[in-house]
Design a protein around this ligand. Structure first.
Ligand SMILES: [Zn+2]
Length: 432
């Protein structure tokens, strides 16, 4: 996909306000009054409402805001489009077009380089009585939310684990301490605890002792005392003690033979070792569900409409979210994502009428699967698949790109919109 500089520079923010009864259909006069107020506030804030008239230069004027246009571009009659020249802010004011809704709504959309410009104009607009309580997000998203709250009410077994506050804390610590890898490495060594030195060796960061302390305090590792052979360093795994003194007493009153068949050293060779195990929950979280949780927390930065680890009929959904009136199903795989997984995910997505699929995987896709996805994207009208893979950092970055692109598509779509309203406020103002 083409990525020019302007795409990176501009960010899309959408605000909405739902109106009660007095803005129902047949109250066009009320709308006109509200629009008049909005336009006059915008003009006072240096926005140029004449953009609409310059139809010849319209394309050039808005293309520089990094929007992607697929079809022909028209100044939309369903929106007002204004530009703040000095700060490079594109402002779109759009009213609700779905007649099936009881109330009406307004969307105020910004394409701007910085949040400051957006906050400034939002503050001024909120002074208009009818615009008090503008909220970030789109009105339509809230409609779908009720639907999915019911449909996806049931947590999957994995969801129940992650939903537990304590486990969530373990996940967040694992993530913040950047030590999921460490736990994963240890997982392959079940039954063999690690000594402090062994863990220290595996920790990638400075201040290793401090980090180890944190890993223990946050229930990622649990500490225990065992008999250890000084000769071969093997520990006796049949007995664990929480307190060193207890271990000491037990060692003094019993007899020790090294469990290592090649060593078999006796009592004199025994000592007490402090060893560490990853906790069961740390293993479980780092073994797979961490990815759903990571994606869950990331998605919630962009939309409140997220359902993670849910069951609908016979399908388990890792993450589902609604954004800009589109439903997306996320399939997370901490291993490789195969053709069968792809097929299942498409079926699942269609079952809840999702329009988009994101495949999040920590591994690279097999060529066959990439080809299959390309085919689906080219040939299927109802579903589009995005692949996000790599390390945690890369996954987070690519989720951000996804939302940027959906936002841009949403705004670009407004200029190619099929829903046209006959009423145009600036034209109305001009006539007076
Ligand atoms: Zn030994």
């Amino acid at each position: 996909m083409r990525r020019n500089n302007s795409e990176k520079k501009f960010k899309v923010s959408v605000f909405h306000k739902e109106f009660g009864d007095h803005f129902r259909h047949g109250h066009e006069e009320e709308y006109k009054k509200l629009y008049e107020k909005i336009i006059s506030v915008c003009i006072k804030s240096n926005f140029d409402p004449t953009l609409f008239n310059i139809e010849k230069n319209f394309k050039n004027k808005i293309e520089k805001f990094g929007l992607d246009f697929k079809g022909s571009l028209l100044p939309p009659s369903s929106c007002e489009v204004l530009v703040e020249k000095k700060r490079d802010v594109l402002l779109i004011i759009k009213t609700g077009t779905r007649t099936s809704f009881v109330g009406q709504n307004i969307h105020i959309i910004f394409v701007a380089k910085d949040d400051y410009s957006v906050e400034k104009i939002i503050k001024s607009l909120e002074k208009i009585k009818d615009l008090k309580g503008l909220r970030e997000g789109t009105y339509y998203d809230y409609i779908s939310k009720t639907d999915f709250d019911e449909k996806l009410a049931k947590l999957s077994p994995q969801g129940k684990i992650l939903d537990d506050k304590k486990n969530e804390e373990i996940f967040i610590s694992l993530y913040e301490l950047q030590n999921r890898d460490l736990v994963k490495q240890v997982k392959g060594m079940t039954g063999f605890p690690l000594t402090k030195d062994e863990i220290r060796e595996k920790i990638k960061f400075d201040k290793k002792d401090e980090l180890l302390k944190q890993l223990i305090n946050k229930d990622i590792f649990s500490k225990t005392y065992r008999f250890q052979c000084k000769n071969c360093e093997r520990t006796l795994y049949s007995m664990d003690f929480k307190i060193r003194e207890d271990a000491q007493k037990a060692l003094e009153s019993g007899s020790f033979i090294c469990p290592n068949n090649k060593c078999r050293a006796k009592q004199q060779a025994a000592t007490i070792a402090e060893v560490f195990f990853p906790t069961e929950m740390a293993l479980r979280v780092s073994g797979g569900s961490w990815l759903e949780k990571l994606v869950d927390l990331e998605l919630k930065k962009y939309t409140p409409n997220v359902w993670s680890c849910r069951v609908f009929e016979n399908d388990e959904f890792d993450n589902v979210f609604v954004f800009r009136d589109k439903t997306t199903v996320v399939e997370c795989k901490d291993t490789s994502f195969g053709q069968k997984d792809l097929y299942n995910t498409i079926v699942k997505a269609r079952n809840i009428e999702a329009n988009k699929i994101i495949v999040v995987t920590t591994e690279n896709l097999h060529n066959n699967v990439s080809m299959q996805i390309k085919k689906v994207n080219e040939n299927e009208e109802d579903i589009k698949i995005t692949v996000i893979n790599g390390s945690e950092e890369e996954i987070i970055k690519k989720i951000g790109f996804f939302f940027e692109r959906v936002n841009r598509d949403y705004v670009s779509g407004l200029f190619e919109s099929r829903y046209l309203r006959s009423y145009s406020p600036t034209r109305y103002l001009r006539r007076r």
